[in-house]
Design a protein around this ligand. Sequence first.
Ligand code: GTQ
Ligand code: FE2
Length: 363
Amino acid sequence: MVAVDPRSAAGTGSDRALQQLYADFDAAGLMPLWTVREGLMPAAPAPRAVPHVWPWAELLPLAARAGDLVPVGRGGERRAIALANPALPGDPFATGTLWAAVQYLGPKEVAPAHRHTQNAFRFVLDGEGVWTVVDGDPVAMRRGDLLLTPGWAWHEHHNTADAPMVWLDGLDIPLVAGLEAGFFEFGPDELTDTTTPVASRGERLWAHPGLRPLAAERDTVSSPLPAYRWRHTDAALTAQLELAAQGHPATVGPGHAAVRFVNPTTGRDALPTVRLEMHRLAAATATTAVREVGSSVWQVFDGEATVTLDDRDHVLGTGDLFAVPSWCPVAIRTDAGADLFRFSDAPVYAALHLARRQTGEPA
Ligand code: GTQ
Ligand code: FE2
């Protein structure tokens, strides 16, 4: 028997018998760990995706051009333009697990009904006039609102206004693709519900703080609340900062208010695979750098901020989006104050006991 140091053997392979062994491994459909261990089991997560910024000033006119040139309808289904991470060439993915897209719906346009196992949400930077009908419940979309489309719920969108509307879509498309768990079905070609109620049925039932309808005894995995309205989000963040200013421990850090959008039946994440949060930084605030296992996408909802990703500074304004890969440190600072929407794959990592978080020094 030839005694070899596995490390040098992997590198040099000078021994003829060893070379033959590797060839025979290959022919038999086998691979030895010692040649692949470092890439397979890195000391810390080594994501393929890189930190990246998509300025709203670039996205919006491109979406509008698509509005002029590309019809929305059966087949393509949605005029959604995905944020494509430059380190994932050919894949329309913001990170390895998250889809983020701007969706553009022109005046009086309809995006037809379908359903899929991928979980989705919409976040509205600006505008109004679109209703998304989720499992037969028409839900108005307005500035600052977060709307849910849980996996396998039927959904269609229709714009009742004379102006186009644009919003952010977030889905777990890359995750579901990687898990080979995707199913998709077309609904009717024609709009199934043309009504435009101010409040959806889901909200009339569930949007009363701390009050659970007794008829709804069973907890659900996804939130039964189809919309989280900006009025509520804004009030919660305002109260946190006011209370913190009075010395109460209401914020996650000095000048940093934050809320998570949760399922009122469980208090857990509103969607099983996607975490949804809104952050407000008061004027002259700098957060401590944080890195987490799992990736996220942020959108500046209001104000201006400088985000530091992997030691690089990016100056951002309203609408700008950025992707944070797994284990990439992120710190945010602002002079005048800023509101930032964030979504991530955190519930997946938590469920699998893979979540880790490290807090460093202020950037
Ligand atoms: O609005 O139904 O951005 O199915 C990607 C897939 C949006 C949607 C996207 C979708 C949708
Ligand atoms: Fe969809």
